[in-house]
Write a protein that binds this ligand. Structure first.
Ligand SMILES: Nc1ncnc2c1ncn2[C@@H]1O[C@H](COP(=O)(O)OP(=O)(O)OP(=O)(O)O)[C@@H](O)[C@H]1O
Ligand SMILES: [Mg+2]
Length: 238
């Protein structure tokens, strides 16, 4: 059996921040392949480079060196001006702080993700309503973000991330602002929506429960990424 082509491939990706007087080597040679439908968890201490790595995957930041492909397209070599197109066409983002437009309703926030892809207003709103229904918010369509709870806001941002069925979804601490019950629901929802669409997902989290929801678990430490093997059994005293 041949494996499907990776959605995302990284080869020896490095990132050195040079804006400050002392350069910071935030990502030190990460190689990785993510296939359609795979859900990755990335854990690791503060400052280990998780957000930097996710920003590179999301074409928000460019690697200092190394190669990266999204569905076969080498994004490390694309000119800067092409990156917004890749982000728009290939990637859905979920952030800890939700990043919703405060003046737009839940429905409009989700529809916007389709409008920027060129979809007409009426059709975009119909798809947005469907996505919001999937996340359990069919009775909150006209609400502004300020009138929604944290868990509801994060569900709006999940709907926004999945509505265009992007091949890749990137989530940076999606449960970081939520209590544990809402966090658990959001993670389970993210997983089922991604499965439904066949999207590959990378979730950065401090939440240990995520390990139960992911297909592959990674640990980032000091800019390096290592896969954890879920099934290495503890040796029990006899
Ligand atoms: N714009 C920047 N300029 C310089 N250094 C930066 C910049 N952004 C991040 N860093 C440094 O890069 C390293 C990795 O930061 P990053 O935000 O990727 O860590 P993280 O693993 O996401 O941490 P956290 O769990 O706290 O969110 C840190 O040492 C940080 O100080
Ligand atoms: Mg971070």
């Amino acid at each position: 059996m041949t494996l499907p082509e990776p959605v995302l491939k990284l080869e020896n990706v490095r990132k050195v921040y040079t804006e400050e007087r002392v350069p910071v080597e935030a990502v030190r040679g990460v190689s990785l392949e993510v296939r359609p439908g795979e859900i990755l968890g990335i854990m690791g201490p503060s400052g280990s480079g998780k957000t930097t790595l996710l920003s590179i995957m999301g074409c928000i930041l460019r690697p200092t060196s190394g190669e990266m492909w999204i569905r076969g397209r080498n994004t490390a070599r694309l000119p800067e001006r092409k990156l917004p197109v890749v982000r728009r066409e290939e990637i859905g983002f979920v952030f800890q702080s939700f990043n919703l437009f405060p003046a737009l309703s839940a429905l409009e926030n989700v529809a916007l993700a389709l409008r920027i892809r060129g979809m007409a207003g009426r059709e975009a709103r119909a798809h947005a309503e469907e996505a919001l229904t999937k996340v359990g918010l069919s009775d909150r369509l006209r609400f502004l973000p300020k009138d929604l709870s944290g868990g509801q806001k994060q569900r709006v941002s999940l709907a926004r991330a999945i509505v265009a069925r992007p091949p890749l979804i990137l989530a940076d601490e999606p449960t970081g602002s939520l209590d544990s019950e809402n966090g658990r629901q959001v993670l389970a929802l993210l997983r089922s929506l991604a499965r439904e669409n066949g999207s590959a997902v990378a979730i950065v989290t401090h939440d240990h429960r995520v390990s139960e929801l992911v297909d592959r678990l990674f640990r980032m430490e000091d800019g390096r990424l290592a896969e954890q093997h879920a099934n290495h059994e503890e040796v029990r005293p006899s």
